[in-house]
Design a protein around this ligand. Sequence first.
Ligand code: MG
Ligand code: MG
Length: 276
Amino acid sequence: MIHIRSKEEIEIIRNSALMDSATLTEVAKFLKPGITTISIDKMAEAFIRDNGGVPSFKGYNGFPYSLCISVNDVVVHGFPSNYELKDGDIISVDCGFYKNGYHGDSAYTFAIGEVKPEVLKLLRVTKESVYRGIAQACENNRVGNISYAVESYTNGEHGYGVVRELVGHGVGKKLHEDPQVPNYGKRGDGKKLREGMVLAIEPMINLGTKDVFTERDGWTVKTKDGKPSAHFEHTTAVRKVKGEPLSSFAPIEEAEAANTELNSAHYQQAVVSSSI
Ligand code: MG
Ligand code: MG
């Protein structure tokens, strides 16, 4: 069943989604080569709880951590660990924040130091594709319009692999609700969109092929070809003319730009505004 949320409910979801953004902003300030990914998880969990929230992912189907932290060829659902970030890595951080009965869900991929231009381009295009999807999240469109917008840009225009095994979703009282929102598909296919639906739009885009596999831990999803993968996600309200992101990348981008460890010359060239 697909829920239509009231104005009041959407404001509660917006608050949770903006707390995702605030948590990811803390991550952006914290990132530098040499730190472990488990230290990021611990910092973020403390921030979430200090702000009266609960990390949505901790304990979800047995997931043991507060954040999903996915480095380089890990697509999503990576476990925070003692791995030390190094110059040239990319790191996708996915955060769920639960408060007042509703979840927000948002993800962002960061570059650490000097990252290859082709990988920075993957980050830029994947981030842009979220907004291409959001633009289609309007009354009377169907889910497939969102899917097509993401796929035609990332794969059609740029030749990247679009992950099929994992998809976006409705989000609200539960972290994962109907409908599923694939990042591939046809315009006019799927469930009809109505104003007040809230969707997590989250392209997972590979530099190489679309093929992925899951590690023996049952969670960590990696690219088969070992090439890097990017992931950006906004909790999004369906509106009359186009979707409205309830989470915001603006504070994350500001912190990212101020963090000199992330601020290589290459990176500055590739950074884009999210105000599309
Ligand atoms: Mg997420
Ligand atoms: Mg999600």
